[in-house]
Design a binder for this molecule. Sequence first.
Ligand SMILES: C[S@@+](CC[C@H](N)C(=O)[O-])C[C@H]1O[C@@H](n2cnc3c(N)ncnc32)[C@H](O)[C@@H]1O
Length: 263
Amino acid sequence: MRPPAGDDEPRKRIPTMKTRKYRPVSTLDGPSHVAVVREIFATITGRYDFLNHLFSLRRDVAWRRAAAERARFGKTNRYLDIATGTGDLAMAVAGMHRGISVTGLDFVGEMLHRAGEKVRGTSLDGRVAFLRADAMNLPFPGGAFDTAGIAFGIRNIPDRAGALREMHRVLVPGGVLLVLEMHFPSQPLFRNLYGFYLGRVLPRMARSFSRNPAAYCYLADSIMHFPAPDRFVGIMEEAGFSNVRCRPLTFGITCLYTGVKIP
Ligand SMILES: C[S@@+](CC[C@H](N)C(=O)[O-])C[C@H]1O[C@@H](n2cnc3c(N)ncnc32)[C@H](O)[C@@H]1O
């Protein structure tokens, strides 16, 4: 896989991992965590897709497809993709479910710009729109969407319960929430291997490919600090979702959570 060209110039202005590190996630308060997240995603956009595919050996494509398969439509025929980034889950859902319209939402303009470029001129153009907004304050009335989804975004939102309540509000009664998130596995052998990969291999690879390699130290740190699957199921239930299920994917390094808004 060849890295896409195009972001060499800004690289000179971004401090390297040696000169700037993000504070550990466990020491960040809510506003500082949000500031770190905004900065990270504004600086890694150029190679975000390429590195996602590389670091996950393209499993990320299958994970989003598994999520898209669980989307359900019939009342509004509208799907909301929260923390859409460069739009891959939004496009997967639109591609799989004909006749629906899709809104992808993110608070980082650079990511949305790339998402818009990817959709332009494709068969999805006209059915997928992108919007700059905060997941904590969704600019939609209650009951506006049949399905909402968030892929690898909830880990980056400090007030997870608040964000999940917002997602619950904008769903129709009977609507479905899809959450994809990465986990640090509990099985001891795999945990050691994955810990080595996250802590040692990934930062080195990021130094070769990303203009902001420190972002990938944050990635590893944030995965290690995300609640275990059974705890996250509880957080979804507390936010109002019913029939919450967790499906481990690829040895449990990612989980697909689904929940329903009961009328
Ligand atoms: C790891 S990326 C995931 C992007 C995409 N969903 C995917 O599957 O690749 C996380 C995204 O969450 C966005 N994000 C984090 N907190 C957010 C918030 N409060 N509101 C909107 N977007 C947010 C970031 O800007 C970033 O684009």
